[in-house]
Design a protein around this ligand. Structure first.
Ligand SMILES: [Zn+2]
Length: 229
């Protein structure tokens, strides 16, 4: 699996980004005691760090999403939803794990933006993270506009969780005509039902997503074609 997709990655000359899905402490760290904790995530942090390092070295743009909840969000138990309070902006649990700590990040709020707000987002040269209050990053009303305006054509996707936020991010990318390359050994499923992760991969594949491994991505980024961009 993946070598052909990795070759394609290497050949992409522009419009390729990395897309980090929810690599936040509340999802990744058991000791925070949240029921959104993803047991597979802790082991992946090192891989995420390597992927990000390779992307930065290749000077690729880094985008992503972050859960940024308010007290009113339906998925929280306090509102009849399923989950503990998690990822309230600027709390310890909201922050990225150290391995994916953003560099000069801009957070795109999920609200209507005026022209000058949008312009300053589009001018931002560092990392861009879309805030979301539900599983799907495409619920942020600005996701599509920003990715399109930035000329994004393809995205290397990793993070948590395979069967929720990763899947929804990937399906949305495919819908928007952006080719997703899912790093299958850098994502982790919750598997409430044992096949949830497997089924999510099937769904992504059906939507046209391609699968790659971390080492393949890193090798692809080291190819001269991409390096000379
Ligand atoms: Zn959430």
């Amino acid at each position: 699996m993946g070598e052909a997709a990795a070759e394609e990655l290497a050949a992409l000359s522009k419009g390729l980004i990395f897309f980090d899905v929810d690599t936040q402490r509340d999802f990744c760290w058991k000791n925070l005691g949240k029921d959104v904790y993803n047991p597979g995530a802790e082991k992946l942090a090192e891989k995420w760090g390597k992927l990000l390092g390779a992307a930065r070295k290749a000077r690729l743009r880094i985008f992503g999403d972050v859960d940024s909840h308010t007290e009113k969000d339906p998925e929280l138990k306090r509102n009849g939803g399923r989950f503990d309070d998690h990822c309230f902006p600027l709390t310890h649990g909201w922050r990225h794990v150290p391995e994916t700590e953003p560099q000069s990040a801009l957070y795109v709020p999920n609200k209507a933006l005026n022209k000058s707000e949008m312009a300053s987002i589009l001018m931002h040269d560092g990392e861009i993270y879309f805030e979301k209050q539900a599983h799907d990053v495409w619920d942020n009303q600005n996701t599509e506009a920003v990715l399109k305006a930035k000329g994004v054509k393809a995205a290397v996707v990793y993070g948590v969780a395979t069967d929720y936020c990763v899947k929804l991010a990937v399906l949305g990318l495919q819908r928007a005509g952006i080719q997703a390359y899912v790093v299958t050994d850098a994502i982790s499923a919750i598997n409430i039902k044992p096949d949830d992760g497997k089924n999510a991969l099937e769904e992504m594949k059906k939507a046209g997503a391609k699968f790659v491994k971390m080492e393949e991505v890193i090798r692809a980024l080291n190819q001269p074609k991409l390096k000379s961009r």
